[in-house]
Ligand binder design. Sequence first.
Ligand SMILES: [Zn+2]
Length: 116
Amino acid sequence: MSKNKLQRLTAAQQRIATLRGSLGEFDYVCSGNLQCRMLPCGNPTCRCKKNPALRHGPYYYWGRRKGGRLVQMLLTPAEAEVVAQAIRNYKAILRILRQCEEETVKIIKIRRGRRD
Ligand SMILES: [Zn+2]
């Protein structure tokens, strides 16, 4: 293998090692999305019926796919904060996995071109 290819191979392997190391920085991980809604109640005489600005809430709904189905869960504000961070973690991990995949493709291509 040429010196240039060996250097590119080593660099790609080091980038994967760095990416793998950053995976250890995450704790909670969730897929899905978080919605914050203000809702009317069931009381027909309540102020929220006439004025949408006086609806109740906020209510936090966490939506995610589970076994191909969309499931929703009502969360407390404290839980919503945890889930919001967990969703950010999930997206960050996905970005890292995609970058690892790109580096792996580079490595396969570099190795394929070797002559030794
Ligand atoms: Zn109401």
